[in-house]
Design a protein around this ligand. Structure first.
Ligand SMILES: Cc1ncc(COP(=O)(O)O)c(C=O)c1O
Length: 398
């Protein structure tokens, strides 16, 4: 499959299509290949559109990418997270036991833990990595803790050695939220194949997409069986229901898009890596002003987007910076929020502003911009020049 096959992209529909059309550096993209179109037509012609052969093929091929035995395709990354949590009921967990997650992540991680009937226990992150601070995890472990769920934010691996060691010491499961990290590697190991289970989002803008969708992968047969049952109302056998399940199956049309993406997975990944490494190199001249996504020697990024965080003591605010990018056509998203203290729906959990200082700092001062497969180096240059122009307008000599 040639790169040209996925250069024809579709705008991501989140209510901002018209505005996106004007962006010079759009945040996300979705690749729908010619093969996917053929499979979609075939599935419509045969009227087999609910879960069938394409879903199975997609699951097998996706799991094989990570060298694990099982892939369980579901309707979203959030469902993948929730189902992986609910699998723990087959392993002795009780309702409202606890799962440790980072305070800084897309809100879906916290929602999924609650949807599965567990209490999320939040741990602050490190602003340099955006990932859960492994040195703060042990304090959060209680007799009710059942799992640690690190998130590999922006496609940068969490510190898995420390996390796995803690899990072993306290007999906890590890569920990797790899929603943003397809293809990332940590010390030679594939992200997604380190914990007991891993969950990926396949939403448009992610590295492998089915438009909407998600997948749980695991090497554990019993976990895989429970996850398969949970995605289908908790079914066990023919129309018998053993677990409190979800209605979260993937359909054939989504799987067809996913199969097309798997054919070009390494092309997508390489183009994203090229872009993100280029941005990292160019941003070194802005080191005084920003923390930005970096790739450390022990890891390989599976780049989702490029994060930029303002350092303290600057003569401009994040809002000024982001508004400037926006006006000049560089699309961006806030660097999430501290789920427990900056997300109004979580006020019920009783945390107060200041409880997660690093996370709150990242959210107050951070943004992220696109680095996807349809962005060319000239567009990366444009983003860098826009940042330089902004800094110059504030009297900085860059
Ligand atoms: C870290 C993280 N977890 C979970 C999800 C949820 O995935 P979805 O939007 O497919 O439900 C996302 C979505 O981007 C995410 O970034």
């Amino acid at each position: 499959m040639k790169m040209a096959d996925f250069n024809k992209t579709t705008a991501i529909s989140d209510g901002q299509e018209l505005k996106k059309a004007g962006y010079k550096v759009p945040f996300g993209t979705v690749s729908i290949t010619d093969k996917a179109k053929k499979l979609i037509d075939r599935s419509i012609d045969t009227k087999w559109v609910t879960k069938g052969a394409y879903v199975h093929e997609f699951e097998d091929k996706f799991a094989a990418l990570f060298g694990v035995k099982h892939g369980i395709a579901v309707s979203s990354g959030t469902d993948a997270d929730a189902i992986a949590c609910a699998v723990l009921y087959d392993f002795g967990a009780k309702r409202w036991d606890e799962i440790i997650i980072p305070a800084l992540t897309f809100v879906a991680t916290g929602n999924a833990v609650l949807q599965a009937g567990f209490n999320p226990v939040f741990v602050d992150v490190k602003r340099e990595t955006l990932n859960i601070d492994p040195d703060k995890i042990e304090n959060a472990i209680t007799p009710r803790t059942r799992a640690i769920m690190p998130v590999h934010l922006m496609g940068k691996p969490a510190d898995m050695d420390k996390i796995m060691a803690l899990a072993k010491k306290h007999k906890l499961h590890v569920i990797e939220d790899a929603a943003e990290a397809h293809g990332a590697e940590y010390k030679g190991k594939k992200i997604g194949a380190i914990g007991d289970m891993a969950c990926f989002s396949l939403y448009a803008a992610h590295i492998v997409t089915t438009i909407e969708g998600g997948i749980v992968i695991t090497d554990n047969d019993q976990m895989a069986e429970a996850a398969r049952s949970l995605r289908n109302h908790g079914i066990d056998g023919k129309f018998r229901f053993r677990r409190i399940g979800f209605s979260a199956k993937m359909n054939e049309i989504e799987a067809a898009v996913g199969l097309g993406n798997l054919d070009i997975f390494y092309d997508i990944l390489e183009k994203r890596r090229r872009n993100v490494r280029y941005l990292i190199k160019q941003f070194s001249k802005f080191e005084k002003y920003f923390w930005y996504l970096k790739e450390d020697p022990h890891e390989v990024l599976g780049p989702h987007a490029f994060s930029i965080i303002l350092k303290p003591g600057l003569n401009f605010t994040k809002n000024e910076f982001v508004s400037y990018l926006e006006t000049e056509g560089v699309d961006s998203r806030n660097l999430f929020y501290s789920i427990p203290t900056q997300t109004p729906s979580y006020e019920f959990m009783g945390h107060k502003l200041g409880d997660f200082p690093e996370t709150e700092y990242c959210s107050d001062n951070g943004t992220h911009i696109g680095c996807h497969q349809d962005i060319e180096l000239s567009q990366c240059d444009y983003a860098v020049e826009t940042v330089a122009k902004f800094l110059k307008s504030k009297g900085h000599n860059v």
